[in-house]
Design a protein around this ligand. Structure first.
Ligand SMILES: NC(=O)c1ccc[n+]([C@@H]2O[C@H](COP(=O)([O-])OP(=O)(O)OC[C@H]3O[C@@H](n4cnc5c(N)ncnc54)[C@H](O)[C@@H]3O)[C@@H](O)[C@H]2O)c1
Length: 613
């Protein structure tokens, strides 16, 4: 049962399109198509390993399980539910027509055992799979799935810190401060004339360059794998590739000076890019990172190894690889802190790199190996490692959610997305028009949709993402159902979202970092989210552990619902698309956020109001 022995077969696993059913109903068919779509080479990062994105985020445990899931979906009746345990189909049970057709649980471990070490042991024995977020819940749609979130984050960065074009730069956040942002307003602003540095051009990180140029800034992104840079250029997410760090920096500085929106991928380790910026005293305007630091073994490449050396060491001596990764991530964070101290607006972009650096620092101190005394492997490393770091600073820069995104969560906003099961891009154009006409006064949404239509190339099944909130998701879902009912689109529309959403995740270093009431680690909310979406009749529901930030750090739930044009679907869409973001509003209101309390009242979600009636 090993995925290494088999390779992805593009003919066998081609996503079906059109109106002919392979399964017994459109909901099963939607799961069938979306699972295959997750693995489409245009969509997935490494289909040969069943890896969709985010380090080792997989869609199925191995190829045998993939075949079994596909077979099960073909025979599944309209009143049955298929159960998936960490990427493996384990049962098809009698339920009812309004129940989810698939229930998925991925990577769950009892809290005391919830470590990468234990997970790795289980994975080696073939007992588990890492589902990341949308990988194991079959609603990944390529880099577009994250691009609007990244765009919104950089727009909020611009609004918070830069006043464009003539008023000069306004910084409302002192370095290291964790802002409480429940009163921020997200209005249009620009990153014109700014240098925005990051690393990682993988499935999610690949959205950074486009999101930055959409905000009119210059992006300079380090990436160790050349094919990833090429893939982002091919899919129009990235403009230029450099293999020389200094040349890349020079080009980026010129674009910054000219105020030209451009994105540059540079083939190097993040540590080396930051090191060079420090040496040249070039301070980025913004600084973050989207390497897969959540996973020290599979996701992060230590700076002292070439990519080829990394691939060998990972296999031959995983323990040593992990040590090297930790050292490198510590250095990486120290360099980010140095640049932040010199004025770079610095934030964590959801990969848990701060926690990895802190874990390293604590471990080094406990074992008496001061981080500064670490053996130096190259001259430049020894210079860096003798820098007089201040300890206890790994969390001095904030995460992107408390800094920029939480106000959106309080409105029930999040990464709502949909895909056309017909495979016809015209169907998405029709849904785009519906969204624009449903929300004529939402200028930000109109700006986003226009840019998305112009700049985003579809990967796999045509799809769209758009951050909409409480009330609006339900309206959109019902309108899409009408499009299917009236035959204006050629086949049903599948609707879902990322797990990185308002009410579906507990992740204290990311989505629930620095909650007003300190409830960061309370994981009842994602469990309630999965339960209420199951009760409401979502088409498939998933509950995952460890997505985004790694084992032990998060619990989160996903949901997908199919608009097939029937009355039954309309009733389910109405329930699910109201309750799903609604729980997010309730969660944030419960934590004390005023915007969420107001949103709850306006949408009849306030429990005290209801009980008073
Ligand atoms: N902010 C968000 O909204 C969000 C959403 C989802 C995931 N994430 C997190 O972002 C991270 C990236 O996700 P992804 O899907 O792009 O992962 P991925 O594994 O597909 O890509 C990671 C990329 O980083 C590169 N890389 C690794 N170490 C490097 C180094 N030291 N220097 C330069 N490049 C290096 C890899 O070659 C790879 O291309 C993950 O930790 C993920 O959990 C963030």
């Amino acid at each position: 049962m090993s995925s290494i022995t088999k390779k992805y077969d593009p003919v066998k696993y081609k996503t079906p399109t059109g109106t002919r059913l392979n399964c017994k109903g459109w909901i099963q068919e939607a799961a069938y198509r979306m699972l295959l779509n997750n693995l489409d080479p245009e969509v997935a990062e490494r289909p040969d390993d069943l890896i969709v994105y985010g380090g080792r985020g997989k869609a199925a445990r191995n190829f045998e399980c993939l075949d079994l899931i596909l077979k099960a979906l073909k025979v599944l009746e309209d009143d049955e539910t298929l159960l998936i345990q960490s990427g493996k189909p384990v049962a098809m049970l009698k339920t009812h027509r309004d129940a989810p057709r698939v229930l998925i649980s991925n990577s769950q471990l009892v809290p005391k055992w919830a470590t990468w070490e234990h997970f790795d042991e289980l994975e080696k024995k073939g007992l588990m799979m890492y589902g990341q977020m949308t990988a194991g819940s079959w609603i990944y749609i390529g880099s577009q799935g994250i691009v609007q979130g990244t765009y919104e984050t950089y727009a909020a960065v611009a609004t918070t810190h830069f006043c464009h074009p003539d008023a000069g730069r306004i910084s409302t956040q002192t370095p290291g401060q964790r802002p409480t942002t429940n009163d921020q307003q997200h209005t249009a602003a620009s990153l014109k004339g700014t240098l925005n540095v990051s690393a990682g051009l993988g499935g999610m990180g690949g959205a950074q360059p486009l999101a930055i140029t959409m905000n009119e800034g210059v992006a300079l992104i380090a990436e160790v794998e050349e094919w990833r840079i090429d893939k982002r250029i091919e899919t129009r997410y990235l403009d230029e590739k450099y293999t020389n760090i200094d040349e890349a920096i020079d080009a980026a500085m010129q674009y910054k000076k000219d105020g030209t929106a451009k994105s540059i991928g540079v083939l190097c380790n993040a540590v080396h890019l930051l090191q060079r910026l420090v040496e040249r005293n070039i301070i980025p305007d913004t600084l973050t990172d989207q390497t897969s630091a959540h996973d020290p073994l599979i996701g992060y490449v230590p700076h002292i190894l070439t990519n080829e050396q990394a691939n060998i060491l990972r296999k031959e001596n995983p323990e040593q690889y992990i040590e090297r990764s930790y050292e490198s991530m510590y250095l990486h964070v120290q360099l980010m802190l140095q640049l932040m101290d010199k004025g770079a607006i610095t934030f964590d972009y959801g990969n848990n790199i701060r926690a990895r650096a802190q874990e390293y620092e604590v471990k080094s101190r406990e074992s008496g190996v001061g981080s500064r005394k670490h053996d130096s492997r190259t001259n430049s490393d020894s210079e860096l490692l003798t820098t007089d770091y201040k300890l206890n600073r790994c969390f001095d820069f904030p995460g992107f959610v408390p800094a920029y995104i939480r106000p959106l969560f309080c409105l029930g906003k999040g990464p709502f997305r949909w895909a056309a099961l017909s495979g016809d891009p015209d169907d998405i154009r029709i849904t785009d028009d519906v969204i624009l006409s449903l929300f004529p006064h939402d200028k930000g949404l109109h700006r986003w949709m226009k840019m998305a239509q112009e700049k985003i190339a579809f990967q796999g099944l045509p799809a769209r993402i758009c951050w909409i909130g409480q009330g609006d998701r339900e309206k959109a879902g019902l309108a899409f159902n009408e499009l299917v009912r009236s035959g204006k689109v050629k086949a049903p529309i599948v609707i879902g979202r990322d797990h990185l959403d308002t009410g579906s995740v507990a992740s204290p270093n990311r989505e629930t970092e620095a909650m007003l009431d300190g409830s960061d680690a309370v994981a009842d909310w994602p469990i309630l989210n999965a339960l209420v979406n199951t009760a409401g009749g979502a088409s498939w529901v998933s509950l995952h552990h460890g997505g985004g930030v790694g084992m032990g750090y998060s619990i989160h739930a996903g949901m997908v619902i199919v608009a097939d044009g029937t009355d039954e679907a309309a009733a389910r869409l109405s329930r699910v698309l109201r309750n799903d973001p609604g729980l997010g509003v309730i969660r944030h209101a419960d934590a004390g956020y005023d915007i969420a309390k107001e949103t709850a009242k306006n949408n009849n979600l306030d429990i005290i109001d209801r009980l008073r009636m």
